[in-house]
Write a protein that binds this ligand. Structure first.
Ligand code: GLC
Ligand code: MG
Length: 238
């Protein structure tokens, strides 16, 4: 194995049990000292809300940070990469307006509304989700519904997976050396083409996807949160 790119979701994946997060930090720090690994956080949070979590949970400084479900990339954790995403057509006003009459859609706070991400709360409501997809079917967007609560609208093809690919390309790291870790539906795009670790506490929606995908590059950990990541790293021989 060459240089490993370890990409992990934060909420309910790296974060959830503080002891395991600290064990993970120790392990990854040692591997970074030996220049064996690059660590990337890929989260749905805004940069502000990420900063708060990072301080509260004593997270390591990552080699790169991806926020707002893949729509924002910070190359060293701080410097915003301006050429991302390359999107020709994105009209958030129009999108918002088209969805005004969808039942039970509730706008998330202003901090979570980003230049290329529109986010709502939608509580266990498959029919409203189907309606949103139907209304937006001619718009170049993707609709991601996770945990029966979060509904994100992003430019088509812009997601955790495509942001991760950009970083891997910049660092010349092949897919076989990329390990991605997650717990819910908005992680699927990055778990897809890489070596995947699904933590033991993963949501049903993700397990259902994993069963359908049925591929040997998906490791279903028994351990919860960061403990599951550590288990997965051992499985992949890291
Ligand atoms: C994070 C973000 C939220 C988003 C969710 C799912 O919780 O703060 O805006 O909807 O992730 O991607
Ligand atoms: Mg998560």
């Amino acid at each position: 194995m060459g240089l490993i790119l370890l990409a992990t979701d934060l909420d309910d994946t790296l974060v959830g049990d503080d002891n395991s997060t600290q064990v993970f930090n120790g392990l990854v720090s040692r591997m970074r000292d030996q220049q064996k690994i690059k660590l990337v956080y890929i989260t749905g949070r805004s940069p502000e809300s990420y900063d708060q979590l990072k301080n509260e949970r004593s997270l390591l400084e990552p080699d790169a940070l991806v926020t707002a479900v893949g729509t924002e990339i910070f190359l060293d954790g701080k410097t915003k990469y301006d050429n991302w995403p390359m999107v020709a057509e994105w009209n958030s006003e129009l999108i918002r307006h088209s969805l005004l009459n969808v039942p039970s859609l509730e706008e998330q706070p202003k901090t979570e509304q980003r230049q290329f991400k529109i986010s709502y709360y939608l509580r266990n409501n498959q029919s409203s989700y189907e309606l949103v997809k139907k209304i937006l079917r001619h718009h170049p967007v993707d609709v991601v519904y996770s945990m029966g609560l979060y509904l994100d609208i992003v430019p088509r093809g812009v997601n955790k997976g495509s942001a991760l690919r950009l970083l891997a390309d910049r660092w010349h790291i092949e897919a076989e050396d990329i390990i991605a870790c997650g717990d819910s539906a908005n992680d699927i795009s990055m778990l897809k083409r890489n070596k995947a670790i699904i933590v033991g506490n993963a949501k049903e929606e993700l397990l259902r996807w994993a069963l359908q995908a049925g591929n040997e590059n998906i490791f279903l950990a028994k351990g919860f949160y960061a403990q599951g990541i550590i288990e997965g790293l051992a499985y992949y021989g890291v």
